[in-house]
Design a protein around this ligand. Structure first.
Ligand code: NAP
Length: 298
């Protein structure tokens, strides 16, 4: 297939590009810079110049392709709501180009959208349309586009890690370094699910190749790693104290990260494993990668 990939130069997107090329697909990657275009060409893909806010560039990339994987996102969390709205408009534009065909559109969300019952793992079949996380607008856009007859599926991601980056934990490391302590909230038993970057990439290629319209897939290898275990790994890595914070103290300490830091958001991938025949293959879990993280090397 000729696959248009947005976010193709990013942490996960670059692994998706490799996975697609390995599987024999041709990749057209969205790039907003010369450096990004060069890195795509080096990776064996073609570059399509554009931007998430240039909706015509998204439509023309999708129109030139047999399928689309959408991973681009503006990760400025101080404008998270605004950036989620940009994502909604981007998904709608990609949908415009694919309407009336069966060409697949695979979009990206977070596993937290499926945490509908406190304490229970998020599952693929659950969606909380009133979720406080504004990222729900990505899934709502997917639903609205699928109502226009587009073949949309959703890959929901937990914290995606390798030794260089670990999802939101990368921001926790920077915060801990700045504050000189590694903190968790309350007893720190709230959980964040995780997956290795290369395992996540495989879920995208399988969703593209054999995803069912309307399906959601949880790219989850570890159902839940406790916030305390993560804080302890950061404390070990930075050689700083590990300190509990109360719920009341959390906003002042964590800033924008407070909206995620205390959340218990375990997630299951049992249905995804069964439906896509996907199984996590990487041995390193989140804490293994944190224990070897490049952020802690001098
Ligand atoms: N990493 C995680 O643990 C995690 C967890 C949950 C969900 N996700 C979601 O997974 C997706 C990929 O995440 P990631 O970690 O790979 O992100 P990333 O490394 O920050 O990469 C973001 C990608 O989006 C592109 N991009 C940013 N702003 C853009 C704009 N205005 N127009 C066009 N492209 C733009 C970037 O292109 P440039 O190279 O030009 O900057 C890059 O290719 C995102 O939707 C993210 O929210 C990630």
């Amino acid at each position: 297939m000729r696959v248009f990939v947005t976010g193709a130069t990013g942490f996960i997107g670059s692994a998706v590009v490799q996975e697609l090329i390995k599987a024999g697909h041709q990749v057209l990657g969205l790039s907003r810079s010369d450096a990004g275009a060069r890195s795509l060409i080096t990776a064996g893909a073609r570059a399509h110049r554009g931007n998430l806010e240039d909706l015509d560039s998204l439509r023309s990339g999708a129109a030139a392709s047999d399928g689309v994987i959408h991973l681009a996102f503006i990760h400025d969390f101080s404008k998270f709501q605004e950036n989620c709205e940009i994502d909604r408009r981007a998904i709608e534009a990609l949908g415009d180009a694919l309407a009336g065909s069966n060409r697949p559109l695979v979009i990206t969300s977070g596993t937290g959208m499926g945490n509908t019952v406190p304490g229970q793992p998020a599952t693929e079949d659950n969606f909380d349309s009133n979720h406080p996380n504004p990222r729900k607008s990505s899934e709502l856009a997917g639903i609205s586009v699928s109502e226009r007859g587009v073949n949309v599926s959703v890959v929901r991601l937990p914290q995606v890690h390798d030794q260089d980056k670990q999802g939101l934990v990368t921001y926790s490391i920077a915060l801990a370094r700045e504050k000189g302590i590694s903190a968790y909230i309350g007893d720190g038993l709230n959980r964040w699910p995780a997956v290795h970057r290369l395992d996540a990439a495989r879920v995208y290629s399988l969703a593209l190749e054999k995803g069912i319209a309307g399906a959601r897939y949880n790219a989850v290898a570890e159902e839940g790693v406790s916030a305390r275990a993560i804080a302890e790994a950061i404390g070990r890595g930075l050689k700083i104290p590990v300190v509990p914070k109360s719920v009341a103290e959390a906003p002042a300490h964590f800033g924008w990260l407070a909206m995620f830091a205390g959340r218990d958001m375990p997630a299951s991938s049992a249905l995804t494993q069964r439906r896509l025949g996907w199984h996590p293959a990487q041995k390193a879990g989140m804490i293994d990668d944190l224990d070897h993280a490049s952020a802690f090397r001098a």
